[in-house]
Design a protein around this ligand. Structure first.
Ligand code: ZN
Length: 270
């Protein structure tokens, strides 16, 4: 059986990163059953031979028209597939698709006709937005980080930048490695257009990681490992907060001056 990743080491390296991250998501308990989604824009690693490959599915409607995605290719986690299985075998639990010239349909090209995640329209809408903005970000991740989701069950932490400030103040690296903080989106139906629109609005307000109330996070970055890292440092900060509370006290947190110093010394955006 042919494998599209054969003799394409750069493309394979990106898919290997997806598999590695999928394993982390499962190990951390953030990816129960088929929970979570990953899509990456792989267009820059597509060669002429790939462009000449026949489709292995009928054209399928995206459900919207996304003009920036003309000629783009994506690796997408498969619908109903598990992260823990994807970690072992990414090409049986996800597929490579290309967007058709009408920008409203896609077809599966490799390796198996695994239907992409039901969240595909929202993920592709985010990729379309990122390209329109000239962003270098090529990866999007949705997962269910336990402690961050727990925070959103309190209205206090859903207020704009309340959680960001608390998380940044737990340990200096949080602000350094998730320098745009955590955008908050109130509860909306999973997979809905409204949720996708609200997510793009939050990214546009200059957040790389967006929290969906009582559900999970949606993160974007240059590659999937970096997107995962941002969620990981934020969730670590939430764990430190919870550990302090479990010891019976409210953690002090770093001061505003200490956090401003980080911004000044490391040239952070906020
Ligand atoms: Zn989810």
């Amino acid at each position: 059986m042919t494998n599209i990743l054969d003799n394409r080491p750069a493309l394979k390296a990106e898919i290997d990163k997806v598999a590695e991250v999928a394993g982390y998501l499962w190990t951390k308990g953030w990816a129960e059953r088929n929970g979570g989604n990953i899509t990456i824009n792989i267009t820059e690693w597509v060669d002429d031979a790939m462009r000449g490959l026949p489709a292995i599915s009928e054209p399928k409607a995206i459900g919207t028209s996304l003009p920036q995605l003309k000629g783009c290719w994506f690796y997408c986690k498969g619908t109903q597939k598990r992260m823990r299985d994807l970690a072992r075998d990414p090409m049986s639990n996800g597929s490579i698709i290309r967007i058709l010239p009408d920008c409203a349909h896609y077809e599966i090209v490799a390796d198996a006709p695994v239907a992409p995640t039901s969240e595909l329209p929202s993920h592709l809408s985010v990729h379309d937005y990122l390209l329109a903005k000239g962003s270098p970000y090529r990866a999007s991740l949705h997962t269910h980080p336990i402690e961050l989701v727990a925070l959103t069950h309190s209205k206090k932490w859903m207020e704009k930048d309340a959680a960001t400030r608390m998380l940044w103040s737990m340990i200096p690296e949080t602000k350094a490695f998730c320098p745009r903080g955590l955008g908050m989106v109130p509860y909306m139906l999973p997979s809905s257009v409204e949720l996708a629109d609200a997510t793009i609005k939050a990214i546009d307000e200059d957040y790389d990681v967006v929290m969906w109330e009582k559900h999970g996070v949606f993160a974007v970055d240059t590659d999937i490992m970096s997107a995962f890292d941002q969620v990981d440092v934020l969730n670590k900060a939430a764990q430190i907060y919870i550990s302090a509370r479990n010891m019976g006290f409210e953690p002090e947190g770093m001061t505003d001056d200490q956090m401003q110093e980080l911004t000044d010394v490391f040239g952070l955006p906020k």
